[in-house]
Write a protein that binds this ligand. Structure first.
Ligand code: CA
Ligand code: CA
Length: 174
């Protein structure tokens, strides 16, 4: 039985710089693919459509070269079959709210949780923690600062009452 040696074309230059070289290497690669198919050696020559940019993956997809073809996979945070990908709206479900305790903001490929005034985002990125305003300059209170959930209030020692600005105390005159 006659066994014909499998003749592979020379490898294309690995590091091509410049548009002229790149397109030259592309056209010769395509030529090789054609001859490989004609001679029935499918699979012997693989064209990396991903690195050549000849794939039709969506801009928000990851191109994966395979031995005979390529695959398009939507990036994390996107849904679709690869040729078409669209952002997942993590905030869409009002009940789940992206797992955010307060507010959920949808962004392309991701989402962010934010908190109402008087709260700060916890390290888990989802919970909201009360800001203790009294830790900072006594909350601006002249006498007593009382921290509350989502806010704070100023109070005064006996013999004083809180002024209209809710921060300073005025001595009660008899
Ligand atoms: Ca999103
Ligand atoms: Ca507070």
């Amino acid at each position: 039985m006659l066994v014909l040696p499998l003749l592979l074309p020379p490898a294309p230059p690995r590091s091509v710089t410049g548009e002229a070289q790149a397109s030259q290497s592309r056209s010769s690669k395509l030529r090789w693919l054609g001859s490989a198919r004609r001679t029935g050696c499918a699979g012997a020559v693989d064209v990396d459509e991903c690195s050549e940019g000849t794939d039709d993956c969506h801009i928000d997809a990851i191109c994966q070269n395979t031995p005979k073809s390529y695959k398009c996979l939507c990036k994390p945070g996107y849904k679709g079959e690869g040729r078409q990908c669209e952002d997942i709206d993590e905030c869409e479900n009002d009940y789940y709210n992206g797992g955010c305790v307060h507010e959920c903001i949808n962004i392309p490929g991701n989402y962010r949780c934010t908190c109402f005034d008087g709260f700060m985002l916890a390290h888990d990125g989802h919970n909201c923690l009360d800001v203790d305003e009294c830790q900072d300059n006594n909350g601006g209170c002249q006498q007593i600062c009382v921290n509350t959930m989502g806010s704070y209030e100023c109070q005064c020692h006996s013999g004083f009452f809180l002024s209209d600005n809710q921060h300073t105390c005025i001595h009660r005159s008899n």
